[in-house]
Design a protein around this ligand. Structure first.
Ligand code: UD1
Ligand code: CA
Length: 479
């Protein structure tokens, strides 16, 4: 196989997005559009990748180099057409390119690597000067049409604005993805002119030039033409995003064996990894690099971003970010796991609990209404309802450490830095300011005083006072 050069066109303005962010940087399925295209390009193992940038070249260029560090950026100062853009790319490579050249546009996020590889294999097997990745669409408006002769051989690509009435009826279109013999392309680029309806240098004119020179030209018709659909505005972006999601869910259901109760309300991004027999309940979003192990049940109404969920864990109505949930752990309903949360095997983060930089060892439990920040809770320990780990003194953050098999009471405040020893306990309402030794019970609330007859004296005539009187309340402080 000859050397492969991929050229990605990303210089256009994308004004229809009406955005301060360049079109190809808009995200679908958790990745920028150009990110999807660069990923697809990788599956043909290119020797070189050149991305043509123009509008907002700093923003786009930096993003491209981050995703594909070894790639070349070519700057197209003014957008004079796809032929001009490719010429700029070839100039960036020293003015000449051998082997096979594949031209992609940066706004087709659904493009799959295997389709691109099949297209390229077909191009090389047929030894063509130019191959077009084409497709049949219901509404060809706006696309370049594939014009064929009576034998079905490709004659030319005619752009919408240059097409006559008959040509406009053609439903086979140029996807914008083309493959070339590099030597032919290098030469053809010098001959492409801009004498057309748009006054642009059309890359597609290379097809006619190849025909005139008696070289082989052909189109590879992709059945699943949506893969080459571009997004020019926000509604198309949303449609492509939805279609990508549908495809991702389909993959997990059919190829891996994941149960997704309601695909219409489930969103899973491209980089997420799920194991067999995971169950996803309605209203769930799995984002970023989230990984879910076997038999875990996620949802309903749960968002996890860059989280790791252990086998058989149960995560209900939860929002999580950069958190690790242990095997068989239970989270929620209504839990908020913030970065640095790690929960052990069989642990529990219960209802209305927020955690941050918090490590719960195996079997540790924080079942109700708590904030656990900058803390460690030892194996088998239970944190009482309504506990606050007061980690911030207004200046710096401090850690609280609770040992193994400790039992802390309801409505505690741990004023960090503080340590509760193994097997220690605290009474209800304790404000823990000093370390509790192993096995000790800490209490900080003073003895309780009852002011008898208080309701009758201080709230006379109220329902409270009447209820107290009906219950036989005396006033022992005023005999
Ligand atoms: C192009 C094709 C058309 C095809 C369609 C598919 C040409 C002449 N026409 O038309 O046959 O059906 O794509 O979508 O190629 N770009 C640059 N620099 C430029 C011009 C364009 O980088 O100077 C980039 C754009 O950012 C875009 C891509 O090339 O990503 C296609 O350009 P666009 O102007 O959208 O071409 P179309 O008119 O859609
Ligand atoms: Ca276009």
């Amino acid at each position: 196989m000859s050397a492969i050069t991929v050229i990605v066109l990303a210089a256009g303005g994308g004004t229809r997005m009406k955005s301060k962010t360049m079109k190809v940087l808009h995200r679908v399925g958790g990745r920028s559009m150009v990110g999807h295209v660069l990923a697809a390009a990788q599956s043909v193992s290119p020797d070189r990748v050149v991305t043509v940038v123009g509008h907002q070249r700093e923003q786009v260029g930096a993003h491209v180099l981050e995703l594909a560090p070894g790639s070349v950026l070519a700057v197209q100062e003014s957008q004079e057409g796809t032929g001009h853009a490719v010429r700029v790319a070839v100039e960036a490579l020293g003015g000449q390119v051998d082997g096979t050249v594949v031209v992609l546009t940066a706004d087709t996020p659904l493009l799959r690597g295997d389709s691109l590889a099949a297209f390229l294999a077909d191009h090389e097997a047929a030894e063509r000067a130019v191959s077009i990745l084409s497709g049949e669409v219901a509404d060809p408006f706006g696309y370049g049409r594939i014009v064929r002769d009576e034998d079905g051989d490709v004659l030319a690509i005619v752009e919408q604005k240059d097409a006559d009435a008959d040509q406009r009826e053609i439903r086979e279109i140029n996807s914008g993805i083309l493959a070339f013999d590099g030597a032919f392309l290098t030469e053809a680029l010098t001959r492409i002119g801009n004498d057309n309806a748009k006054g642009e240098y059309y890359l597609t004119d290379a097809v006619g030039l190849a025909r005139e020179a008696g070289l082989t030209v052909g189109a590879y018709c992709l059945e699943d033409v949506r893969q080459t659909e571009g997004a020019n505005d926000r509604s198309q972006l949303a449609r492509l995003g939805k279609e990508m999601n549908r495809r991702i869910l389909e993959h997990w259901m059919t190829e891996v064996g994941v149960t997704i109760m309601d695909p219409d309300t489930t969103w899973i991004e491209d980089d997420v990894v799920l194991a067999r027999d995971v169950t996803i309940l309605p209203g769930t979003q799995l984002l970023g690099a989230t990984v879910v192990a076997e038999d875990a049940v996620i949802g309903p109404d749960t968002t996890l971003e860059d989280c790791e969920v252990g086998a058989g864990a149960r995560v209900v109505r939860t929002h999580g970010q950069l958190a690790v949930i242990g095997d068989g752990a239970q989270v929620g309903p209504y839990a908020y796991l913030r970065p640095g949360t790690r929960t052990g095997t069989g642990s529990k983060v219960g209802t209305f609990v927020e955690t941050k930089n918090a490590v719960l060892a195996d079997g540790a439990k924080v079942p109700h209404l708590s904030y656990v920040g900058d803390a460690e809770v030892g194996e088998g320990s239970n944190v009482g309802a309504g506990t606050i780990f007061a980690n911030y003194d207004g200046v710096a953050k401090h850690r609280t450490t609770i040992g193994r098999h400790a039992r802390t009471g309801s409505n505690n405040t741990f004023v960090a830095p503080v340590t509760v020893g193994d097997g220690a306990g605290t009474g209800a309402g304790t404000v823990v300011r000093e370390d509790v030794p192993p096995g000790a019970l800490a209490v900080s609330a003073g003895p309780q005083r009852n002011l008898e007859g208080w309701a009758a004296r201080r709230r006379p005539g109220t329902a409270q006072a009447r209820a107290a009187e009906e219950a036989g309340a005396g006033d022992r402080s005023h005999p």
